[in-house]
Design a protein around this ligand. Sequence first.
Ligand code: CP
Length: 326
Amino acid sequence: MSEKHSAAWPHKDLLDVEHLSTDELATLLDTAKQMFAYNQEPVKKHLHLKGKGIILFFAENSTRTKTSFDIAGKRLSADTFSVSSQGSSIQKGESLSDTALTLDAMDPDVIVLRHSKSGAAKFIAERVRASVVNAGDGWHSHPTQALLDYFTLHQKWGDDFKGKTVTIVGDVAHSRVARSNIHLLSSLGVNLRVCAPKTLLPAGIEHWPVEVYKDLYKATKESDAVICLRLQLERMAAGLIPHLDEYSQRFCLDHKHLQEASPDVHVLHPGPIMRGVDVTANLADSKNSRILDQVASGVAIRMAILYLLVGDKSLLLDNNTQEGGK
Ligand code: CP
């Protein structure tokens, strides 16, 4: 176990959501609320990660996750460093293991990894001393996305998740976001539905804790929230959908599908949005849309995770820890 393992948070790494207990989720939520409050202040920089080093190792493209981890680290006074496939020695054929060991030898406190291979974060976590945060591994898991979606809905629902209905629409088969959200939301007593063409449902879906729909009107009936997913064309074998137009006619979420949903239904999307394919532009920009709220939640959740993993717990979580003091 790493010397940097925090006594107050019993995990060296964050690899998925399955291993978080109810109490740990509550701690994370409370911490993220404080971080969210920090982010509303005129001076957003606090000292909880002063002296810590965070490597953002993104071997797959990202806008939201990478930038928000970078901002999260810097807001708490960590030094952040970026490594991506492009421009690194991965292009010369260096293996994931050797790259991870090389980065770890530079003594970071945290390595945040995004990778196209399922299990990549666990693979490096078993080899490095730094804490590892999974920023999305293949189709497997995207824990910080599920946690930020939880935080976003918690801002609307409070603790009242049990019995709510959440529908996940689109490319479930290739979606780590769907898998992580289904794990987390089902543990909170949410009724889960998925709606997708048969070719975009994973094998074994009948064993998942979800109801499967093919009709978007029926799937969204009485839903309290709908999570739209991006069609992951880069992970998709040719021929899984007949044509984008045909797909979007059936599965692009629009106001018209939500007539029988809960009156204040929340529409979420992890991004990047494909307007007119996953969700109509009108709906994405409407009062029902939580898409930009999700982005703001992402900074707070990632600040909370970094703090819990390696932050200075002797600094109380209050508004008196700004750089330079008050
Ligand atoms: N939601 C998400 O993971 O977005 P990015 O790929 O832009 O990080």
